[in-house]
Design a protein around this ligand. Structure first.
Ligand code: SF4
Length: 319
């Protein structure tokens, strides 16, 4: 652009970036009039996690997955639970694409989960590594805010096996004021993922006083049910972090959300709190516990391949 400005079209923020400056996400830089993926391959952590921790409950249950993420985010959620790695600069470690695949193989991982912060802003690294992972038979998993423009979403999601996307609220005002983003872009991304056959689960962090009214919970559930009632919905308990200092979500609100969602959706889970709702995944035909969970311990003996081990019904769990 004029005066060595550049424009990034990766996400709906569509940043116009001045010389030597970065986009909102912190990791895309204008170097002399060229837009550079300046944090390419630089991860804030490398861990082997249970896939249930992402959370993904219906995709390869009981497996371990190598997890990495960049130092930045294209949202600025005032309640961010990971603000020290998403909103401010911190130390990183570079992992070359081929080394990432070797790392996954050496640690018994089923693939790689791009997670912790906002992986979509790592687009070039995602594309490069996802291609190699797919060629080597590994799974590509995203844990994301789903804030990406349509063209790059379509390019990337063809290489993605499974995703857990945040649906932070069903109210545009919430996204605009609290996250500095737009709900309709998130909804469009969710639709694209479903259209392209990505295994999808959704997470809604319930924050007292901000997105927890009866009406808002019902509207969110209705929207998900309208997409597909088999989409697993994870409600998560809020704890005070970053700029918002509200008390943790009361169990009563989480229970209301769980009970409300169970009326319309087949699979509802509550996280960040012990003993609320059923954490098992049950056969929709005979009720057999297909997957039993105790914390991050997982027992999949109720499954016979993708089928219920008791009645033979094909389950919604991808093994
Ligand atoms: S990816 Fe980053 S630089 Fe690009 S538009 Fe989004 S926030 Fe701005």
């Amino acid at each position: 652009m004029e005066n060595d400005y550049v424009k990034c079209h990766l996400c709906p923020a569509n940043c116009r970036i001045g010389p030597s400056r970065q986009g909102i996400c912190l990791i895309r830089t204008n170097e002399g009039g060229t837009l550079i993926a300046s944090e390419y391959g630089k991860t804030i952590a490398v861990n082997i996690d249970p896939i249930e921790k992402k959370p993904l409950y219906h995709y390869k249950p009981g497996s371990q997955i190598l997890s990495i993420g960049p130092n930045g985010c294209n949202f600025a959620c005032a309640f961010c639970q990971n603000w020290s790695i998403s909103q401010v600069k911190t130390s990183t470690r570079y992992i070359a694409p081929k080394s990432l695949v070797q790392l996954a193989g050496a640690n018994g991982s089923v693939g790689v989960a791009y997670t912790y912060t906002e992986p979509l802003i790592w687009f070039e690294y995602l594309m490069d590594t996802a291609r190699i992972l797919k060629d080597s038979g590994y799974a590509v998993v995203l844990v994301s805010n789903a804030y990406i423009n349509e063209a790059p979403a379509r390019e990337l999601f063809r290489l993605v096996d499974a995703a857990n996307f945040d649906l932070k609220s069903i109210r545009p005002d919430f996204y605009r004021k609290i996250c500095k983003g737009k709900l309709q872009d998130v909804q469009r991304t969710i639709g694209i993922a479903l259209e392209l056959g990505v295994h999808l689960e959704l997470t809604n962090l319930i924050i007292p006083g901000l997105n927890d009214t009866d009406d808002e919970i019902k509207e969110l559930v209705d929207w998900v049910a309208g997409l597909n009632p088999s989409i697993p919905l994870h409600f998560s308990r809020y704890f005070p972090h970053y700029k918002i200092d509200l008390p943790p979500t009361p169990g009563e609100r989480l229970l209301f959300a769980y009970d409300t969602a169970k009326l319309r959706l087949k699979y509802v889970y509550v996280g960040n709190i012990i003993g609320l709702g059923d954490t098992d995944t049950n056969c929709q035909k005979c009720g057999n516990a297909l997957v039993k969970r105790n914390g991050y311990e997982t027992d999949i003996s109720g499954l016979n391949g993708p089928n219920c081990a008791k009645c033979g019904e094909l389950s919604d769990v991808k093994v």
